[in-house]
Ligand binder design. Structure first.
Ligand SMILES: Nc1nc2c(ncn2[C@@H]2O[C@H](COP(=O)(O)OP(=O)(O)OP(=O)(O)O)[C@@H](O)[C@H]2O)c(=O)[nH]1
Length: 321
């Protein structure tokens, strides 16, 4: 980086610069004539950004990296083209300019020291107006970026709480949410029931029809559950071929009826259409448990698991308490 002269001695015109658009540049030209013009070769980084000053790109292109305050850089790169500026915010809030500025192409930069920027704001309404417009644009752009990041964050959060194959909630979601549901149920003295289900002879189904058909059977089972539940109920993929239904405000007798209904619907649901394979269907066994006084979520799940074992022992394709 080197100073190649001053604005007064350069061929650049103020009227081409965003900050001075619509302003009487004849008067400004005299005031800015002694401002330095720096040349930053391609790939080089601007060295003296630790002062609050304004840089206006006269030619070339800059890359401005988001703030690099002790490790907080978020790799946001903004390109700055001829006529545009960097550093106005540092001048206005009198903070050090913490952005990393690098030339993408060799760039000539007009440097305006902080005092002179304030002087221009005080004496030239047009400059103040342009600066406000510029800052408003920056705030909008920053807000849009923030909204995009929030959406992306929400997307990844969803992704981490849902099972990829079935779309049901996953074990991480369950660990996060079940303790709260148990606490609420105890607090309100309200019933809370669990149905734990396991596809019958699933290993045999996989071995007979193939793993992809097994995946389809899991998706079908998930669809049967989701379509039969109230909006306040939750369906979870607990593990491999084990699924769970959580029924808030539901006593044991009602939960057993729901489990029997789900069992029946699954029995008749077609997993995949294949004329050469008669009845490509699955059944499951269902264990039902309801929250008892003083029980925590682990005990509740263990009770549902024990009921599921009884359903398997009782001959599968059924629901048990
Ligand atoms: N296709 C597929 N199979 C899975 C998935 N997760 C677990 N499994 C299979 O589920 C089968 C579970 O087998 P087992 O635990 O022996 O139980 P089972 O054959 O269902 O027998 P019972 O539960 O006693 O009726 C295993 O063959 C697993 O490979 C999956 O995501 N996709």
């Amino acid at each position: 980086m080197e100073q190649i002269g001053t604005l007064g001695a350069s061929p650049y015109r103020l009227s081409d610069l965003q900050l001075f658009s619509g302003v009487d540049t004849d008067i400004l030209a005299t005031r800015l004539a002694s401002c330095a013009v720096l040349r930053l070769p391609a790939g080089e980084r601007l060295e003296d950004t630790f002062q609050a000053r304004l840089y206006i790109v006269l030619s070339g292109v800059l890359n401005v990296e988001g703030e690099i305050r002790a490790g907080t850089s978020d790799n946001t790169l903004t390109k700055v083209y001829p006529g545009e500026s960097v550093g106005e915010q540092s001048v206005l809030d009198e903070q050090t300019n913490l952005s990393a500025i690098t030339a993408v192409e060799t760039a000539d930069l007009l440097v305006i020291e902080s005092d002179l920027v304030w002087d221009l704001i005080d004496h030239h309404n047009g400059v103040a107006r342009n600066l406000l417009r510029l800052l408003s644009f920056r705030v909008r752009a920053a807000n849009a970026l923030l909204r995009r990041r929030q959406k992306l964050g929400e997307f990844y959060r969803q992704l981490s709480l849902n099972d990829g194959l079935t779309g049901l909630y996953n074990r991480a979601w369950l660990n996060d949410v079940l303790p709260g549901l148990v606490k609420t149920a105890h607090g309100n003295s309200a019933p809370l029931s669990l149905i734990m289900l396991d596809i019958d002879h699933f290993k045999r189904f996989n071995d007979t029809h193939g793993h992809q058909a097994g995946d389809a059977a899991l998706r079908t089972t998930a669809r049967v559950l989701s379509s039969a539940l109230r909006p306040s109920d939750f369906a979870v993929r607990y593990g491999g071929e084990e699924l769970m239904v959580i029924l808030p405000d539901t006593p044991e007798t009602a939960a057993l009826m729901i489990a029997e209904r789900l069992c029946k619907r699954l029995r008749t649901a077609v997993v995949f259409e294949d004329a050469s394979m008669p009845l490509p269907q699955v059944t499951a066994s269902f264990g039902v448990a309801s929250l008892q006084a003083g029980q925590d979520e682990h005990a509740l799940v263990a009770h549902a698991d024990a009921a599921l074992y009884r359903a398997k022992e009782g001959g599968r394709n059924r629901a048990s308490l």
